[in-house]
Design a protein around this ligand. Structure first.
Ligand code: UDP
Length: 317
């Protein structure tokens, strides 16, 4: 403990989509927030409304290089999460997962701080088990175009559990499934923001493959609530724990829902399915329900309404 009375929290990737929502939530809980981001896929716009807050500090830093700060807790969210962005510089992606985790785990060890890893449903790859439970080891191509992210995040989990076993570090690992909501960037490349922006611009909605692949989408406020609850658990709760909304939908159905909301004359067009694109994804959240007393409270229709409204108010066409 330090000579300050507020809890001091580092959020790596704090200027990203999830990170900026988390920083906001932590400030609301009267924490001091050190937002660390190299702005690879995060943006200053996401945090501009917090910059004058007395408990908020932005540090531009790439966590693949060591970082010396003081804190009580670390949320390790740094890593581009959209396939478009993580494939832009795949070497940097795996470095941020591996070297970045080593640096943050080393920092947590020196500080004796609790560290939470934002892992991902991508550790399950293209799964043979449906829905995915935490004890499923996954089916991941180690040399494909998604591997920098999938294997990077899997290696990060290995590092977290080895630091826990070997150095008794207090770790928390969450496997976050697809999340959406206000503040996704228009050029994020992920499906919900793509479809909303395309519909608003009157462009055709690009369905990859036949659109029969499924995903399960969790509204950002629910995800943030899960992150907060996980950090509050006792030291025996390490995870991994799935965090997501189990409501599963085909991509083509999602496109129709978004088109219904936005209106306009866009059509659905079909493009090549990207390599190694998982055919289905749905979290089994019984562990989160039991260990975190958490389950999502915002359904897809309500969440899409809020997200469409955000883009209608903020997107410059
Ligand atoms: N997708 C699509 N059109 C788009 C963007 C994505 O059909 O314009 C599909 C993509 O192939 C995948 C699903 O939507 O099957 C979710 O893609 P996203 O990039 O949002 O996330 P992830 O694949 O990492 O779950």
């Amino acid at each position: 403990m330090f000579l300050h009375n507020k809890k001091r929290v580092i959020v790596t990737g704090g200027a990203g989509f999830l990170g900026s929502h988390l920083c906001e939530r932590l400030l609301g809980n009267d924490c001091e927030v050190l937002c660390v981001d190299n702005l690879y896929s995060g943006s200053k716009q996401n945090i501009s409304h917090m910059e004058t807050h007395p408990n908020f500090e932005f540090i531009r830093h790439d966590i693949t290089f060591p970082l010396y700060l003081e804190a009580d807790e670390i949320f390790n969210l740094a890593c581009p999460a959209s396939p478009l962005h993580y494939q832009r510089d795949p070497v940097q992606t795996i470095k941020v997962c591996v070297n970045g985790s080593v640096n943050m785990l080393g920092l947590a060890k020196r500080l004796n701080a609790t560290i939470l890893q934002a892992s991902t449903s991508e550790v399950y790859g293209d799964p043979e088990i449906h829905p995915q439970k935490e004890d499923y080891w996954g089916r991941v191509n180690p040399i494909g175009i998604r591997s920098c992210y999938d294997e990077g995040k899997r290696s990060a989990e290995t590092l977290f559990f080895d630091y826990h076993r070997q150095h008794k570090l207090n770790i928390k690992v969450l496997r976050i499934f697809n999340t959406y909501g206000p503040r996704m960037l228009a050029d994020d490349g992920r499906v919900i923001s793509n479809f909303i922006v395309q519909a608003m611009r009157g462009d055709d909605l690009t369905i990859y493959g036949e659109g029969t692949q499924t995903r399960s989408f969790c509204f950002v406020d629910d995800t943030i609530e899960g992150l907060m609850k996980m950090m509050e658990t006792d030291s025996k709760t390490t995870g991994p724990i799935n965090l997501g909304n189990p409501y599963e939908i085909k991509i083509i159905e999602l496109a129709k829902k978004i088109l219904d909301r936005v209106g306009g004359k866009s059509k659905l067009i079909f493009k090549t399915l990207p390599e190694n694109d998982p055919r289905c994804r749905q979290p089994d959240i019984s562990k989160a329900q039991k260990e975190l007393s958490w389950s999502p409270s915002i359904g897809l229709d309500e969440g899409l309404d809020k997200t469409v409204e955000y883009f209608q108010q903020n997107l410059i066409l």
